[in-house]
Structure formats: C-alpha cells, structure tokens
Design a protein around this ligand. Structure first.
Ligand SMILES: O=C[C@H](O)[C@H](O)COP(=O)(O)O
Ligand SMILES: C=C(OP(=O)(O)O)C(=O)O
Length: 364
C-alpha cells in the first residue's frame, strides 16, 4: 500500500517518490514472539557480557559471525556450528554471534537483509524485518546470544529486545543520533573508531552514550514520540584499524586506555580483527588473533573482547541484484570472512590464551 503524497504545495515532496507504511514494532513482535528459551539467552547474554566488560567474569568476549546475513538458512546453519563450539569453550569464552542486518556503505551497495531481503532491489523492508526478527528468535533459541549493528534509528524498536550486544559502526561513531540511540539500548554497545583511525571519536561516543538524553524516536506502536533515556554505562570502544593502518598493537591499545582514563571511563576495549585491522584481507584476521592471544596469555586484561568476521565459506562474492540463486552457499556478499574450520581454530587459540592468563594470574 502506498500513501498518496501531498501535492497541494510545491515546497514538499520534490524528491520523495513514494511513502508507504512501516510495520509497527508491536505488530512485528506479536508475529515473531520471544519464547522463554530465547528470552533467557538474551538476558544471560547481556548479563554475562556486562560481567566480562567489568572484569567480574574472567572470560574473553568473542563476537563472531558473518559480515552480513543475506541468507537466513545459511546463517542458521552457521549458528548451529557456532552454538556447539561456544558450549565447548564456554568456561573461557563468551561467544556472541554477529547477526548483522544493516550495512553502512562507503558509497553504494546492497544495504542488508532488512533493506532488501530479496536481494533484487525491491526493498521489501517489512518482509526484511520479519525475516530478521525470526532469525534472531531462532538463533537465540539455540542458546546463542546475538550481536547486531544499529544503523537505522527507527528499526531498533523492531528487533532490539532480542539483541545481547549492539555495535555502532565506524561511519556513525560521531553521529549524535547513534549516541542517543546507544544511550537507550538495553544491551552493552561497542562503538568503533572512525574509518580514518580516529579513536577519540569512539571515546567521545562512549562518554556521550553514557549520559541521559531526550530525543525524537518512535514508540512500540510506531508513533513518533519523545524518548528520555537513562544513559548506557556498558558502552566501550572497538578498535577496528583505519585508513592509516592497524590499531590492535600494544601501543595503540595503551593509547586508547590513556584516552579512556582521561575521560573518566572504564579502561577496556574490544579488538576487531577484520576491517582496518586486516585491510579487508580475511586471512590477516588470523595474525590479529595470534597477536592478541599471545598478549592475553601473557596477562593482558584491557582487551576484554575480540570481533571476527566468519562464515561457512572463506572469502566473499559479488551479488548481482536479482540473481541470488547464483550465489555460493554460505559465502559473504559484503566483506570477506574466515571459513568455519579456520574460525574454530581461532576460537581454540583464544580459549587457550585465556587458560594461560588464568594460570599466570596477572592484573588488568
Ligand atoms: O563491514 C562491512 C563493510 O566494511 C562496510 O559495510 C562498508 O562496506 P563498503 O566499503 O563495501 O561499502
Ligand atoms: C560495518 C562494519 O564495520 P565498520 O563500521 O568497522 O566498518 C561491521 O562490523 O560490519
């Protein structure tokens, strides 16, 4: 259904081609309800993540999964493998699956499953929200907590109740809209450094998101509303490298800690092995894991988590809109990913590093 545009004024709608209804969050939540198991996963995932961030839980947080979900069947296949591996290692790792539905593009490109679920440029957003929400229910029902990037400021009302870890990307770290949104979110939120490598923008973001804000948003019925937030104390910086190079080395982490200290914020970071830290070469994520794991094994505690981009198959492939059936099953259509076997080895490496750190017993 398309709503008629107001044509009585030549001041409006000069470039808007159509306006159509967005499903209300409450209606989507009714159609794709949260069962007791999924709710427990979200609750426990959020609580455990906060404990790891605060140092009350000695494990390492690992946010791992595809760059983007384009095929919910493949994502669920991956989730089953990851859930089993996560259960094996859960004495040392807190594993959260990346289930990213929104892609911030440098210029243009497919913007994710919510925006274009049929991968053909038909932008069936209401269907995308339903597919996405059901996938979050299904993965959470496996006992595996999920992470999403929040890009659009309206759609969090449709899915955020199922999310255990939120991320604000490098392209929106400086955005007041995203900082306000983070201050409202019910889960811990990682804020990335800028694409140019600027870490201060993420530190500033953590500080801003920790405060209370009042801003326009939507309520569960989808009506425009004013939102007043308490502020989110569980925000933290994600180091993802940038155009100037990587930032997962000890000196970069120490520089970030100094910035956090100066801002009066908890000294903790998550390291993203992908993006600017691997120059988008998925194989280089292994170097990042090995470097960080060696430092954790030696007692480093400021790095509270790692992020990895991983899917069933290694690498990436180009999507031709409308030709989804040509795609290789389980391979990314955005950034290149590690394959499952390599991912499992990285998780073992990180778990071994946590064991070594526990055996050594050093301080943060
Ligand atoms: O994580 C995914 C991408 O790095 C991000 O969405 C930007 O992608 P692009 O530079 O291909 O547009
Ligand atoms: C878009 C992403 O990363 P970044 O914002 O660091 O480019 C991502 O993690 O999917």
């Amino acid at each position: 259904m398309t709503v008629a545009l107001d044509s009585t004024s030549d001041l409006d709608n000069r470039r808007t081609l159509s306006v159509s209804p967005l499903i209300a969050p409450a209606e989507l939540r009714r159609r794709h309800g949260v069962d007791a198991l999924a709710a427990a996963t979200v609750r426990n995932g959020r609580r455990a993540t906060v404990d790891v961030l605060d140092g009350a839980d000695d494990r390492l947080l690992v946010i791992v999964g595809p760059c983007s979900v384009h095929d919910p069947v493949a994502a669920l296949d991956y989730a089953r493998l990851l859930a089993a591996k996560a259960a094996d290692l859960d004495d040392r790792l807190l594993v959260v699956m990346r289930v990213y539905f929104e892609k911030p593009r440098t210029t243009l490109g497919w913007k994710g499953l919510i925006n274009d679920p049929h991968l053909d440029g038909t932008f069936d957003v209401n269907t995308g929200l339903g597919i996405g929400r059901q996938l979050l229910c299904d993965i959470s029902s496996l006992g595996l907590p999920v992470a999403c990037e929040f890009l659009d400021p309206i759609t969090p009302q449709h899915i955020a109740d199922l999310v255990s870890y939120g991320a604000i990307g490098a392209r929106t770290a400086a955005s007041q809209v995203h900082r306000q949104l983070s201050s409202a979110l019910s889960m811990p939120v990682g804020i990335k450094n800028g694409t140019d490598g600027d870490v201060q923008v993420a530190v500033d973001g953590v500080r801003a998101a920790g405060a209370s804000h009042v801003f326009p948003g939507t309520d569960l019925e989808g009506r425009a509303a004013l939102i007043r937030t308490a502020g989110n104390p569980d925000c933290h910086v994600i180091l993802r490298g940038g155009s100037g190079g990587t930032n997962y080395d000890s000196a970069s982490v120490a520089d970030t800690m100094a910035r956090l200290r100066k801002a009066g914020l908890p000294e903790r970071v998550v390291v993203d092995a992908s993006h600017g830290n691997s120059n988008k070469d998925h194989n280089k994520q292994v170097d990042v894991v090995e470097s960080v794991a060696a430092r954790i094994a030696a007692g480093e505690r400021g790095i509270v988590g790692m992020m990895l981009e991983s899917f069933l198959e290694a690498g990436r492939q180009d999507l031709t809109l409308g030709r989804a059936s040509d795609l290789v099953y389980g391979q990314s259509i955005t950034d290149a990913c590690l394959d499952w076997a390599t991912t499992a080895r990285q998780l073992d490496t990180l778990a071994d590093a946590v064991s070594a750190r526990c055996a050594g017993g050093t301080a943060r």
